[in-house]
Design a protein around this ligand. Structure first.
Ligand code: KG4
Ligand code: ZN
Length: 340
C-alpha cells in the first residue's frame, strides 16, 4: 500500500511517501531559520512558509519516491495538536488531494505519531509498549496498546522538555532552537565541574514531569552571575551541561518507572529532544541496566517529519479508521485521549 503523509503542525512542512513500512521519500522543509531572530516560533511566519512550499514538497516527495500521484492509495495528515493556521494548510491540502484522487483520508495525532517513527526501522517495539514523547510542546508518557488505543501515564505539569531547552538556551545567550545549542556546548564541558541543578519532583513516584523549576533555577543562577555576557564560555558550558544532565536524568527515571509500573519491557521514544545524544546515551544505559529494550528513531525521524504521519495513518486505515472531509484541525486532538 502506498501512503502519502502530510505534516504541517509547527515549523516544518513535510511530505513523505511510504510503501508499507518502507520510506520511499521523506521531504522536510523547515522555516526554523526565519524564526531564530525572534527567539521562538512565530505562527504567522510558519503558516506562510507552509503555503509557499507545500506544493514543492509534494512534487519532490512524489518524484523522489518514483511514483505517480495516481499510485497513492491513502492520504494521512496531521490533524492536531499544533499551530492552528499551520495545521489548516496541511489538512486543507490533504483533503483536496484525497478528494481529487478519490482515495481515503486519515487524520492523525502528531504527538502519538512521533512514537510510530519507531516502526519505520527494521526493529520495532512489541505492543503494548511504553512511549516517551519529548518535543517542543509535549513531554508525555503513554502506554501504547495499538495504533488506535493508548493511554496517558504521565505528562509535564508545566513546560515541555524541549521548551525548557529553548528557554534555558535563551537565558544563556545561545540562540534558538535551544536543544541543539545546549547539546553542542555541553559536549565541551568538564562533567566534574558542571553546575548541579535539581529537579525536585524527580524523587516522587508519579509519572508526571515538571521543568519550570529548573528553568527558573538556571535563570537566577545566570542573573546572580551578572548575565550571560559576564560568563566565560566554559562557565556557560558547565551550566548548560548541568541543566541537560538533570533534564535527561528526570526523563530516564520516569520512563524506566513507567515500564516497571506497566510491566512493559519495550520502551520507545520520539520527538525533537530524543535527538539529544546525552539523552540517547543515558536511556540506552538505563534500559540495559533494567532489562528493557529501547527503541530510538534515527535522528531524521526524531524531528518533525511526515513519514511517521504516514506510518500511523496506514496502521489506522488497516484498523478500518477513516476521516471524512469535515476534519478541521480545530479538534486539536488531545494527546491523552484513549483511542483516536
Ligand atoms: O518534535 P519537534 O521537532 O517539534 C515539536 O513537535 O515540538 O521538537 C522540537 C523541540 C525543540 O524544543 C528543540 O529545541 C528540541 O526539540 N530539540 C532538542 C534537540 N534537537 C531538537 N532538544 C535537545 N537536544 C537536541 N539535540
Ligand atoms: Zn513534533
Amino acid at each position: 500500500m502506498i501512503t502519502l503523509g502530510i505534516e504541517t503542525s509547527c515549523d516544518e512542512t513535510a511530505v513523505a511517501v511510504l510503501k508499507d513500512r518502507q520510506i520511499l521519500s521523506n521531504i522536510v522543509s523547515s522555516s526554523m531559520h526565519l524564526h531564530s531572530k525572534y527567539g521562538g516560533i512565530v505562527p504567522e511566519i510558519a503558516t506562510r512558509h507552509h503555503v509557499e512550499v507545500i506544493n514543492y514538497c509534494l512534487r519532490e516527495a512524489i518524484s523522489q519516491a518514483g511514483v505517480k500521484l495516481n499510485a497513492i492509495d491513502l492520504v494521512s495528515v496531521t490533524e492536531g495538536p499544533g499551530l492552528i493556521g499551520a495545521i489548516l494548510i496541511g489538512v486543507s491540502f490533504a483533503k483536496a488531494l484525497a478528494y481529487s484522487l478519490e482515495v481515503p483520508l486519515v487524520g492523525t495525532n502528531h504527538v502519538i505519531a512521533h512514537l510510530w517513527a519507531n516502526f519505520l526501522t527494521p526493529q520495532k517495539p512489541r505492543l503494548p509498549f511504553v512511549g516517551l514523547v519529548v518535543s517542543g510542546g509535549h513531554t508525555s508518557l503513554f502506554l501504547v496498546n495499538a495504533a488506535d488505543r493508548y493511554s496517558l501515564l504521565g505528562q509535564t505539569q508545566d513546560d515541555a522538555a524541549g521548551e525548557a531547552f529553548d528557554k534555558v538556551a535563551k537565558v544563556l545567550g545561545l540562540g534558538y532552537p535551544g536543544g541543539p545549542a545546549i547539546e553542542k556546548i555541553s559536549k565541551s564541558a568538564d562533567l566534574s565541574k558542571m553546575v548541579k541543578f535539581e529537579i525536585p519532583s524527580s524523587k516522587d513516584n508519579s509519572l508526571d514531569f515538571s521543568f519550570s523549576g529548573i528553568k527558573t533555577a538556571v535563570l537566577y543562577y545566570v542573573k546572580k552571575s551578572g548575565g550571560p555576557e559576564k560568563l566565560k564560555k566554559d562557565r556557560i558550558a558547565a551550566i548548560a551541561a548541568g541543566f541537560q544532565e538533570a533534564v535527561c536524568d528526570a526523563l530516564v527515571r520516569k520512563a524506566i518507572l513507567a515500564c516497571r509500573v506497566s510491566g512493559s519491557k519495550d520502551l520507545a521514544i520520539g520527538g525533537g529532544v530524543s535527538a539529544n545524544s546525552r539523552l540517547r546515551q543515558k536511556l540506552s544505559e538505563a534500559a540495559v541496566a533494567n532489562g528493557i529494550k529501547i527503541f530510538i528513531p534515527p535522528l531524521k525521524l526524531c524531528l518533525d517529519n511526515a513519514a511517521m504521519t504516514a506510518m500511523l495513518g496506514a496502521l489506522l486505515f488497516k484498523k478500518g479508521i477513516r476521516s471524512d472531509l469535515f476534519i478541521s484541525g480545530f479538534s486539536n486532538m488531545p494527546a491523552g485521549r484513549e483511542g483516536v
